[in-house]
Ligand binder design. Structure first.
Ligand code: PLP
Length: 443
């Protein structure tokens, strides 16, 4: 019998495609998405879904933005490629704009992905110390539960064992400490007390490692994929203070938190700190084209200016800062400015939060966490013991949402092997009706 075009595609998918991060059993007849508009995606069967995860936490301005397509197309015709060992106009313009968004004094190194942006940060930090008279500083402190990328260095920085253990040995020199979790506190402690204790343990770790061997700390202001852990503001300030005290560089991974996701331009701006290095990707182009950036405080550039041949940053990235991607990114940021999407993220985030807050009364909802349009709903089998619900149960909830037309996510497995936090990060441009649909469906 004749196969339908859809059946043929599923068959070829099964034969030729190797999907990202998918267990084989769940890999049969995947969603094959064919078109998208605003916050909605449509598969080859004609089913439409509200994309409550913005693809992979990235389509911040929503789908179907013709102006972005036009900007990239025009640039592809005019000049599709030139390496950034020289320079090009869209690169210069975007670097200036990113510096404005950062509200600081930064210099920009372009690459293509969040992983590359973080690798670049590690290398810049090490070389900075090397040329600043402290060649022994090579270690980085990072935190359990955070994800920083898929390369051997960024995976070493990642604090999720289940993503790592089959690929070891990874890059040496990454030391992990605990990130405070407002829902799982040692008994008798307030969130602030525990947060400050975690910061203290970070400081102790730096001392045990010997500060003169430590190059920096990498952290997401809010751990995203590891369960949406909103920090206590005192913790973030304290980490910055510790970095300054011991001469460490503070690297902020803004790959998800950047570009309005948390209700500010960048996540760190919620906490009044000034990181030495800021890494970004995803929302920089709203996912339309690959692009990433490592923003570095001007003062860190000084040792790289010296005259010796080898004192420059010996790091090349062929496609990093592709001119069409830069042009598209500029348009993406202009749309966010024109439509005030960063503010919208803050106000609409609060509104959705109010809508789902009553769920905390449900016997299986342990904790709801939110900042801007970034949400984590932690589910438990038992509220008293806080035992996580099973992977199977959370899988059923996600499938239920999907069957009602809403795509949501879940956090990466915890050390105990549980994914127990539902995650949501819809486009910042979603309509009030879309927001109401999210609240209704999740409830
Ligand atoms: N950092 C964070 C916080 C991320 O969530 C991710 C990806 O999800 C990365 C880095 C790596 O980005 P990419 O997948 O673009 O390499």
């Amino acid at each position: 019998s004749q196969k339908t075009p859809q059946e043929t595609l599923y068959e070829k998918d099964g034969r030729y495609m190797w999907h990202h991060m998918k267990p084989y059993q769940k890999d049969q007849n995947p969603m094959v998405i064919e078109s998208a508009q605003d916050a909605w995606i449509t598969d080859i069967e004609g089913n439409s879904y509200l994309d409550g995860m913005s693809g992979l936490w990235c389509v911040n301005v929503g789908y179907g933005r013709e102006e972005m397509v036009a900007a990239a197309t025009e640039q592809l015709r005019k000049m599709p490629f030139h390496p950034l060992s020289n320079s090009h106009v869209p690169g210069i313009q975007l670097a200036e704009k990113l510096n404005d968004w950062l509200k600081g004094d930064y210099r920009i190194f372009f690459s293509n992905s969040g992983s590359e942006a973080n690798e670049t940060a590690f290398k810049i930090a090490r070389q900075y110390h090397h040329q600043n008279g402290e060649p022994g500083r090579y270690k980085f402190i990072s935190r359990y539960r955070a994800y920083h990328g898929n390369t051997l260095g960024t995976l070493a920085a990642t604090g999720q064992a289940q993503r790592k253990y089959r690929y070891e040995p990874l890059a040496p020199g990454f030391i992990h400490v605990h990130a405070p979790d407002e829902y799982r506190l040692p008994s008798g402690q307030s969130f602030e007390e525990w947060s400050l204790q975690c910061a203290q343990m970070m400081e102790d770790t730096i001392k045990w490692e010997r500060p003169e061997t430590v190059a920096g700390v990498i952290m997401e202001p809010i751990i995203t994929g590891g369960g949406v852990l909103i920090p206590h503001p005192s913790y973030v300030k304290e980490v910055e203070k510790i970095c300054k005290k011991y001469g460490l560089l503070l690297i902020n991974d803004e790959v998800i938190c950047g570009f309005g996701r948390t209700g500010e331009n960048f996540g760190y701006q919620n906490y009044g700190i000034e990181p030495d290095i800021v890494t970004m990707a995803k929302g920089i182009t709203s996912g339309y084209l690959p692009l990433a950036a490592t923003a570095v405080k001007q003062k860190l550039y000084e040792p790289f200016k010296r005259k010796e041949e080898s004192d420059h940053f010996r790091h090349v990235n062929t496609f990093g800062g592709n001119p069409a991607a830069c042009k598209l990114a500029i348009k993406n940021l202009e749309i966010m400015e024109d439509e005030k999407l960063v503010e919208r993220s803050k106000t609409l985030g609060k509104k959705i939060r109010e809508g789902i807050q009553p769920l905390e009364g449900h016997p299986n909802v342990g904790n709801i966490r939110q900042k801007g349009l970034l949400f984590g709903i932690e589910l438990v089998a038992d509220k008293d013991t806080k035992e996580p619900i099973s992977n199977n149960e959370i899988g059923k909830i996600i499938a239920q949402c999907k069957s009602r037309g809403l795509i949501i996510g879940k956090n990466a497995d915890t050390v105990a092997g549980h994914s127990n936090t539902m995650t949501m990060a819809p486009p910042l441009s979603i309509t009030d009706e879309d927001a109401a649909m999210i609240v209704r469906t999740v409830k």
